[in-house]
Design a protein around this ligand. Sequence first.
Ligand code: NAD
Length: 483
Amino acid sequence: MVSRVIPVDPFDLVIFGGTGDLARRKILPGLYRRYWAGQVPDGVRIIGAARTEQDSDAWRVFVRAAIIEFVAEAKHDPDVIDAFLKQLHYIPVDARGDGGWKDLAGMMREGVTQAFYFSVGPGLFGDLAERLHRFKVACEDCRIVVEKPFGRDLASAKTLNATLAQHFDEQQIYRIDHYLGKETVQNLMAVRFANVLFEPLWNAQYVDHVQITVAEEVGVGGRGGYYDKSGAMRDMVQNHLMQLLCLTAMEPPSRFEPDAVRDEKLKVIRALEPLPPEDIVRGQYSAGDEPSYLEDVEDPDSRTESFIAMKLHVANWRWNRTPFYLRTGKRLNARNSEIVVHFKQPPHSIFDADAGSKANVLSIRLQPDEGMDLRVTIKEPGPGGMRLVDVPLDMSFAEALGPEAADVPDAYERLIMDVIRGNQTLFMRGDEVEAAWAWTDPIIDAWTERGDRPLPYAPGSAGPEDALILLHKDGRRWREITP
Ligand code: NAD
């Protein structure tokens, strides 16, 4: 299979926060990989802008080290790295001061796509937007890329949207949720809307329930200070899990275009029923010999959840009474993210009860290895009569499409290229983010009012016992979290 890499036109990309962790681990290695693939042409300029006083050569040393650390060794060709680094420049800029801005304005070229990546803390988004405007750095149709978290509740998200709207149109704002840049997440849309096999079954009549899991093995580690003010609901559910739910549950958009797709996602969020407290389980890792959550954060009495499981209903015709079970947590037994669609049993079985019939299951894996797997029931081979067994129809990209398909772009590099191409389909619109907070806020407020404490769970487990009971009550079971 020959991969199709379509080069983009020359562009100027400014990375505010170009010396930060995200730039080092994701943005810069991702840009290098696109350069290696031939997608980033000569004539592109990547400009680091951050508070550190240093020159371009010093930043290039930083970027080279990032490439060596985070890009596969097969792509460490010194000549290619040197050529890439020649396209990099650095300007010290203070988001809250006036220094550096005129120099930055002087560097920007007219007539090429201009993009500004806000890879700094969210408290600086407004300052950057205002100064880009005041110092006439950006052209009229420039694009800005905004990192998460986008607000911490509805009020702050609205304020942030309003601040950005003072200087930019919605068509210029790219709110990143890197889950949307994952190959399999886009494949979910292809599987649903480019085949006739699945869509007729994709409803309450044939789907028993859906499970969405984002499980992490790591704890909050060095991010304890940030995480403790946020928790699993704000950090994972309001954005990533909500987006996965939307793509799974949405109606077919009329076209694969930004607003058509985002209109349908928004309808899903707006159709979510309010959650009764008994349908949510909050947890905090705490038992066992290993460090507990409370040792990883500063507040010894923190009530922030590091785990959440919930049962949601999308109140519309398609999903009438079909539960969507969502769970996410830190320090679980494995790193695994997947969307699993459990279909119903056939309405009537013609086989003996002990033949062993199983319902069909379609799983869409995001992590650790991306791929899809459909389990179908067949006859067990051999002379033992009609015994049924479920086998996988595995759609691992690497095996099906050849080795090049295994080299799929990382979510960040794909999304950055979408920014340059001006395609907002995989970015969140302002009203989507607000709708997600409008649904999340009352739940968080109720915990705070009641002073709820999360339930303890052992590090390395699948979360609190009550999360298992949430499904047992409905006669169902979570899929095992496997590495
Ligand atoms: P970081 O603390 O490592 O880096 C922050 C960057 O901002 C540095 O380059 C710093 O020089 C710059 N900066 C700080 N104050 C500045 C100022 N006044 N003027 C100009 N530059 C200033 O942070 P990070 O981890 O790279 O995160 C950046 C953004 O990305 C945050 O919004 C974060 O929430 C988000 N994010 C990060 C990750 C991650 O894995 N690191 C993941 C998802 C989202």
